[in-house]
Design a protein around this ligand. Sequence first.
Ligand code: MN
Length: 136
Amino acid sequence: MTVVKASARTTKQAPAANFTGTVYSDEIVAGTAPSRMRASVVSFTPGARTAWHSHPVGQTLYGLSGVGRIQFKGQPVRAIEPGDTVLIPPAMLHWHGAAPNRLFSHLAMSEHSDTGAGTAWFDHVSDADYAAAPAP
Ligand code: MN
């Protein structure tokens, strides 16, 4: 049995190359083969968000606290609240983050591809795209 104690790990700040604003990440698991499981709790300060990106095998987000935002390319911005599960298809261009005036944290779960490929990163999300009112 392996138990990784919370006190043995360090919260990491997400890199400015791929995020806007202040974002923290606490890794839960990065599986070793044959597992491809990866999970982290990601905490966004108000206004913070990922850049546009995609995941080769998709991603599942589970809202933990606060109020979040997510947008698939070409679709309206949507709110994410605690208890919501968002299923992101493979290769879907999208971003996620906090609402402009609220903290937000989610559990992020994904897997690497057969070839070991992970997240593909693109441009930062513009303030205009980010500021769109979420669809109901
Ligand atoms: Mn994502």
